[in-house]
Design a protein around this ligand. Structure first.
Ligand code: XMP
Length: 509
């Protein structure tokens, strides 16, 4: 394992990502991680990340000097490079000009990290200070027009420092540099695979939980499902999963959760399916304001979960499906923001538990999916598209009624089926039917109708922060429209939402 010590830089997640791409397991920890803890974890290498500070600022995060006496190879990146140089007696000062962006780098052939890197390469820079004089024992292995020591090495002590960011893709050969560090000085073999993670996590959970009890809120989404299966493989019936069905799920989804986690499913756990749709519908009656709807759904979810938890009694652990992108890095200590089971309501106030377990908190979404497949979770669940915690509640504009839920569920099921038939399901990042609050006049046979308009949305996006409406072939759209107006009672019009994000959002509310 490689440990990344986080000094607050914006690319820190990427370092872990790149190291793992070299098939070496890697964890990010706050820079305040104690030396004792590091010794206990026995990493094969340590990476100090970038960060926004200057080493001279007394408020800057520093690390224990003992880190450099552990005999473990260390790579410093940007702020981490400056910190290492400064702590080991080199000189760091404000550069005559800051470098920002893609920067030409001249590599000298004497370095251990640059063996397979071109002599003239491009690296991503973002710095104000720089190393003006390396500490004793170091040699300079790369320069830029501004930085006399853009990379330095002390191969004897196995300390390496780079001013640029090998973890971002703008650094053309960055992956090679990180790989050279972890496979060279650190001696990692690069054989880490998802099954290792799964096995190791199961062992750790067993050790931690012992004979204790754990409780997990299942939303049916990928993250909570993978977390639940990992826990069940580790502790079996010491785990209880509570699935709160708020009646705002897509058609067939609650049954899908039952099939996987229920008594006839393949996993050993206690499964509680709470059909709470009436409670949710009652609370939502007549409420049209989007934020109010979200709040009601979130709060009611927590209340139902608490009531079920009360029946179970005190538990030792509450399991959360938090994944790495949900973890906000402050770089200084407690960096996790705890995600509620599906982002809507926060943590329950009245559940008696000692500690939270987040078995996936080190994984990226695609790694969670890989773990899910490794655990034998069905593909349709593992590749499920994102679905918001408040569910169809925010895909029905205006007040929610059982009738509107039925309409949107049926229209959405047809839409999903036809998108899959057209082979577009893996290409679109998110697609769904929503119900406008608009009714309009139509004609069906010889009769006048006055029915709802269904809106179809499909987006392409990589980060869900911005998105483009997807182009769906006209014949596919026509087929979907035909089926919806013919098969779903109460609908006489189908509209396609062309809006990108921004200015729209992906969901309707
Ligand atoms: P918006 O509508 O903000 O959605 O463009 C961006 C992404 O987030 C999902 N989303 C949610 N996910 N709880 C969730 O777990 C929520 O309350 C929530 N609201 C939006 C949305 O489906 C899209 O993928």
């Amino acid at each position: 394992m490689i440990i990344v010590l986080d000094f607050g830089g914006q690319y820190n997640q990427l370092i872990a990502r790149r190291v793992r791409e070299a098939n070496v397991y890697c964890e990010v920890h706050p820079c305040t991680l104690s030396i004792d803890k590091i010794k206990e974890m026995a990493p094969k290498g340590i990476i100090l990340t970038g960060g926004p500070n200057s080493v001279y600022d007394p408020a800057s995060p520093h690390c224990d000097k003992a880190l450099f006496e552990l005999g473990i190879p260390v790579l410093g990146i940007c702020y981490g490079a400056q910190l290492m140089a400064w702590m080991l007696g080199g000189r760091v000062e404000t550069a005559p000009v800051s470098e920002y962006g893609r920067t030409d780098i001249q590599i000298s052939r004497n370095g251990r990290l640059f063996g397979s890197v071109s002599e003239n390469t491009v690296g991503w820079m973002s710095h104000t200070d720089y190393i003006s004089e390396p500490p004793a024992g170091f040699i300079v292995t790369a320069k830029t027009d501004v930085c006399p020591a853009a990379a330095i090495e002390d191969d004897g002590r196995e300390f390496y420092a780079v001013q640029f960011h090998p973890e971002v893709t703008h650094t053309e050969e960055g992956g090679k540099i990180l790989s050279a560090f972890v496979k060279g000085p650190c001696g990692c073999s690069g054989s880490w695979k998802m099954d290792d993670f799964v096995e190791q996590t199961i062992r750790e959970i067993r050790k931690k939980v012992g004979s204790g009890k754990a409780l997990c809120a299942l939303s049916g989404g990928v993250d909570s499902s993978v977390a639940a299966v990992l826990m069940s493989k580790a502790i079996g019936r010491q785990l209880t999963c509570v699935f709160v069905d708020h009646g705002l799920l897509r058609k067939g989804e609650a049954d899908g959760v039952d099939r996987v986690f229920g008594p006839d499913g393949p996993y050993d756990l206690n499964f509680v399916h709470v059909d709470a749709h009436e409670r949710f519908y009652a609370k939502l009656e007549g409420v049209a304001e989007p934020e109010e709807k979200r709040k009601i759904i979130g709060e009611e979810f927590i209340r139902v979960f608490e009531e079920e938890a009360k029946k179970i009694g005190a538990v030792d652990y509450l399991v959360q499906g938090t994944i790495y992108p949900d973890v906000i890095e402050s770089g200084l200590g407690d960096s996790a923001v705890i995600k509620s089971h599906h982002n809507v309501g926060g943590l329950p106030d009245h559940v008696d538990f000692k500690e939270i377990i987040e078995p996936l908190r080190m994984l990226f979404k695609d790694e969670v999916r890989a773990a899910g497949l490794e655990l034998g979770i069905p593909e349709e669940l593992v590749y499920r598209q994102p679905f918001p915690g408040p569910g169809l509640g925010i895909r029905i504009i205006g007040a929610v009624t059982p009738e509107k839920v039925r309409i949107v569920q049926e229209a959405d099921a047809i839409y999903r089926e036809e998108i899959a038939n057209a082979g577009l399901d893996r290409e679109l990042n998110q697609y769904f039917a929503a119900l406008s609050n608009m009714r309009s006049v139509g004609v069906m046979g010889d009769f006048r109708t006055y029915d709802y308009a269904v809106m179809l949305r499909a987006v392409k996006t990589s980060d869900f922060m911005t998105a483009e409406a997807a182009e769906i072939p006209w014949d596919v759209q026509q087929k979907i429209m035909n089926r919806i107006v013919n098969e779903v009672d109460g609908v006489n019009r189908v509209l396609y939402d062309l809006t990108s994000k921004p200015p729209g959002t992906i969901e309707m509310e």
